[in-house]
Design a binder for this molecule. Structure first.
Ligand code: PEP
Ligand code: MG
Length: 586
């Protein structure tokens, strides 16, 4: 029964994370830690315990078969194959026999025995040399989790298969949960934790799903079945919205549609200022599924292909053939436009497979290029797939989270080895492929002259750069108010990076979330950025804005704001500039 069953409106506040309004039924998703009980089983109950195990296997098998069929129908047999591997785990007699001997010898409950055996299997496969066998770890882990859920009798919402159109309310949504989300039925999401640049929010924004995050306690105040409205523009949630409020939001939606139609009417025009200045507008994507929109938005290529999406969707490290197919599809869809493929940025809030585990200070930890330089096989597999895709179009490689020249050189050395291996095998690739680095760690910003001299291009990742410069975790809602792109230290650092690149003719792009916000797009143009790479859905507004300003004015604005020390004052100036350009569309 709903906690909020009176018809009174209740308003909760959070952080506006992904624009739009959603109205519908709430589904509360709690990621309960699996707490596996341990207790003694008397001899006489051993058969009954085995019966429970068989029942749980049947339930698990029928769940997996259902998911498998749905995926095969919607995404094709190739994508569904992973679930065949899951079914095989359930048919593995060696594993099942070991569970029953564990039960007989220890006389502990079946979920405990099963968990013990599956953990032993995971440890065994993880230590294998063979890449294929190592990949079985994630299959066993996924199946074990599902089976344990069925044994312990926990009700869990399946984010990949929502029964009806729903708004998900969760403590947090991890990028791997987000990769599984049922895009047809998900109306919006609300989380207790999180900041504006968490990777789940970035995914929501690219799917144009309204989201409010950082509410602290939405999961405690909303229950499944509540009628709620999520306002992703203002960052509020209304439980039991009144008729008059729904009417007001209906009007807002129709105004937004008109505004979007005006922006869209300029979409095929060049991104050029009134005085002839120009900036390249490119797209941030996570996979081939976004390329149709990239083309529709007239993006001039892909400025950031976050390849983690492929890994998260596969719940592990997909083989070269799978990666190659996906990269090649994107490159071919882009036609002759550039596609900047970023090598794996695993870690932080993006956890994949067993080589990569949750750490205390995960954003400062074993992440991105650090992970790849220590897992050379995974890195080489990806580089081979990217290089092979480069034979089919205009591909560039970009390394994430470079913190010093040594890392850049080490990555290039491995790239050189992979190129040589392909040459030896007579395989085609672009031998002059351009290689760039993200500038998102303060140390990289400080040595931008050195990095610019060693790279073909640089791209500023402001999502990370801001968190590292201001020491404010991008996921932590308690400090989200300090996450400030208009902080003078952020503006000075961005300007120094752009100046450093321009001094030696190395183009500098911006691919963090601020590139999609007109209040920052103007000064980035004024600072001399070569391109902006943004979520495709935000491109029409940014292009309209660029077409309604003068580059000289943007440069003057940069000069003005660089002299201001107070970030609120800076935001007022930037807002005023935006309003002047957008007029009544602001
Ligand atoms: C960034 O840090 O700004 C960026 C684009 O990379 P990501 O958001 O994937 O960390
Ligand atoms: Mg980053």
């Amino acid at each position: 029964m709903s906690k909020n069953n009176s018809s009174e409106e209740v308003i909760l506040d959070g952080i506006a994370a992904s624009a739009g309004v959603a109205h519908g039924r709430a589904v509360v998703y709690l990621q309960k830690q699996l707490d596996v009980p341990c207790y003694d089983i008397p001899e006489a109950k051993i058969d009954a315990e085995l019966g429970r195990f068989e029942q749980a296997i049947l339930e698990t098998r029928s769940e997996i078969t259902k998911i498998r069929d749905t995926i095969a129908n919607s995404l094709g047999e190739g994508e569904a194959r992973i679930f065949d591997a899951h079914l095989l785990v359930l048919e593995d007699n060696a594993l099942l026999d070991e569970v029953s001997s564990e039960l007989r010898s220890t006389q502990k409950n079946i979920e405990f025995c099963f968990n013990q055996v599956s953990q032993r299997y995971i440890a065994f496969f993880r230590s294998m040399e063979d890449e294929y066998l190592r990949e079985r770890v994630s299959d066993i882990r996924d199946v074990s989790r599902r089976l344990l859920h069925n044994l312990i009798g926990m009700q869990s919402v399946n984010l990949g298969q929502l029964a009806t159109e729903s708004i998900i309310i969760s403590e947090d949504i991890s990028p791997s949960d987000a990769a599984d989300l049922d895009r047809n039925k998900l109306l919006g999401f609300v989380t207790d934790a999180g900041g504006k640049t968490s990777h789940s929010v970035i995914m929501a924004r690219s799917l144009r799903i309204p989201a409010v995050v950082g509410t602290h306690d939405a999961t405690k105040r909303i229950v499944s079945g509540d009628n709620i409205l999520v306002d992703g523009y203002e960052g509020i949630i209304v439980i039991n919205p009144s008729e008059s409020r729904l009417f007001k939001y209906g009007k807002l939606a129709s105004e937004r549609r008109k505004r979007d139609a005006t922006f869209n009417s300029f979409i095929a025009e060049p991104a050029q200022t009134e005085d002839g200045g120009s900036i390249r507008l490119m797209a941030n994507i996570e996979g081939i599924q976004e390329m149709e929109q990239v083309k529709a938005m007239h993006a001039e290529g892909v400025g950031l292909f976050r390849t983690e999406g492929i890994f998260l969707r596969h719940h592990g490290y997909p083989p070269e053939s799978v990666q190659y197919k996906e990269y090649r599809a994107v490159v071919e869809a882009a036609e002759k436009d550039p596609v900047i493929i970023r090598t794996l940025d695993v870690g932080g809030d993006k956890l994949i497979g067993d080589e990569n585990v949750k750490e205390d200070n995960s954003f400062m930890g074993f992440r991105a290029i650090r992970f790849c330089l220590s897992n050379v096989d995974i890195f080489k597999t990806q580089l081979r797939a990217i290089l092979r895709a480069s034979a089919h179009g205009n591909v560039k490689i970009m390394y994430p989270m470079i913190s010093g020249l040594e890392e850049l050189k080490a990555a290039n050395l491995i790239l050189g080895e992979v190129k040589q291996e392909l040459l030896d095998k007579g395989m085609a690739f672009d031998q002059l492929i351009e290689v760039g680095a993200m500038v998102e760690v303060p140390s990289a910003a400080i040595i931008v002259d050195l990095l610019a001299a060693e790279t073909d291009f640089l791209s500023i990742g402001t999502n990370d750069l801001i968190q590292y410069l201001i020491a404010v975790d991008r996921l932590n809602d308690e400090v989200a108010h300090l996450y400030d792109p208009a902080h003078p230290a952020v503006l000075r650092t961005m300007k120094a990076i752009i100046d450093g690149g321009n001094a030696v003719g190395t183009p500098v792009s911006i691919c963090g979330e601020i590139a999609g916000d007109p209040i920052y797009a103007g000064i980035l143009l004024g600072m001399g950025a070569d391109s902006l790479s943004l979520t495709p859905g935000l491109l029409p507004e940014v292009k309209y804005f660029i077409r309604h300003i003068k580059k000289s004015e943007a440069e003057a604005l940069v000069e003005e704001v660089m002299r201001i020390g107070d970030s609120a004052e800076i935001v007022r100036k930037l807002e005023a500039f935006r309003k002047q350009a957008l007029g009544n569309l602001a």
